[in-house]
Design a protein around this ligand. Sequence first.
Ligand SMILES: Cc1cc2nc3c(=O)[nH]c(=O)nc-3n(C[C@H](O)[C@H](O)[C@H](O)COP(=O)(O)O)c2cc1C
Length: 183
Amino acid sequence: MKKVKLDNQPVGPFPTMLVGASIDGKANYTTVGAGGCACLAPVLCVSLKDTHHTTKGILQTGYFSVNIPSVELLEKTDYCGLVSGKNIDKSILFTSFFSEEGNAPMIEECPLNFLCKVCDKKGIRGFTMFFGEMIAAYINENCLSDGKPDPIKVDPIIMMGFSYCNMKEIIGHPFSEGKSLNG
Ligand SMILES: Cc1cc2nc3c(=O)[nH]c(=O)nc-3n(C[C@H](O)[C@H](O)[C@H](O)COP(=O)(O)O)c2cc1C
């Protein structure tokens, strides 16, 4: 297949996340695509512009939450990436809930929530990549199948290029599909 050169821009795919933090005691949420899983230990990472309101909150408290919105929250999710908590109260968009384990708000309406304590950070070209030890994780009961998170029920939003996409179907299982090529 002929390869075509692209501009050196990160096109994805990326998971769409809503990162939560408390700033001066007030909940705020922002849309983030840059981030995910940092290693096989329960450590998540999110990269946030240094000037974002959310960044200020993470630096103040040492905690952040990663909330995975489902497709039905697309409009609110995109809005959280359009406006800043410096000027607009984004906490009213959702019902916030908290865990006594750490000081970051989580979003009731998101089916998956991870509460993280900052364990490392790295500045990178005007952004800070925060690494967060996962200290609590929640899922909506109705998003489980056989006791495990069901990706189709969670219905996450994937961003790629200038599009948001959904996940249509399960097509296989990790550490399984390749076995047939193993000798
Ligand atoms: C789809 C999408 C993805 C985004 N990803 C990131 C990201 O990975 N890191 C970042 O710093 N900002 C990202 N942004 C921009 C912030 O969400 C946006 O500037 C937001 O208004 C900052 O809000 P705050 O000042 O309340 O923290 C993204 C925005 C959108 C719409």
